[in-house]
Design a binder for this molecule. Structure first.
Ligand code: GSH
Length: 146
């Protein structure tokens, strides 16, 4: 297990994307202080001051002027495994891969829709939107497999 790393997670209890980060933190056995933006207004204000919005989860690495603020649950999970995972990989649905695959396939189908017959292009567009939505919400899809 790694030493405490001066890591802080901005989030709130019922946020599914925060749960994804929490599962990685538990898996890696990290010491991360959680800062609940619904319970403590100072945490919310600090987050908005740093990020310009209150979307969570956001990982703060360090404190004060030199702090780095990292948004996006999949990127946070990747960062935690890169820095503390000792070569291990996050589980598929906790990683950024499903999002990247969903969005990539969605984009490919969208572009493909311009090159196929009219009747087929509608289905390509429907499938493109489906892949994009599934990719964006991979964390919720992943819950079905847990
Ligand atoms: N793509 C983002 C989604 C984060 C997200 O939608 N967070 C919700 C809570 S679970 C939120 O903060 N919504 C309020 C807002 O954006 O102001 C991620 O994976 O971290």
């Amino acid at each position: 297990m790694s030493e405490p790393q001066n890591l802080y997670l901005y989030g709130f209890q019922s946020c599914p994307w925060c749960a994804r980060v929490r599962s990685a933190i538990a898996d890696l056995g990290l010491d991360v202080e959680e800062l609940d933006i619904h319970q403590v207004s100072e945490h919310r204000e600090a987050l908005v001051a740093a990020m310009g919005r209150k979307t969570v989860p956001v990982l703060r690495i360090g404190s004060g002027e030199g702090a780095r603020w990292l948004p996006e649950s999949a990127d946070i999970v990747d960062y935690l495994y890169k820095t503390h995972g000792q070569g291990g990989k996050p589980p598929f649905f906790a990683s950024a891969l499903p999002q990247r695959i969903g969005i990539g396939v969605g984009l490919a189908l969208f572009v493909g829709s311009f090159f196929v017959a009219d009747q087929l292009s509608v289905w390509f567009l429907v499938a493109a939107v489906g892949c994009w939505v599934l990719g964006r919400h991979a964390v919720l899809v992943g819950k079905l497999f847990r």
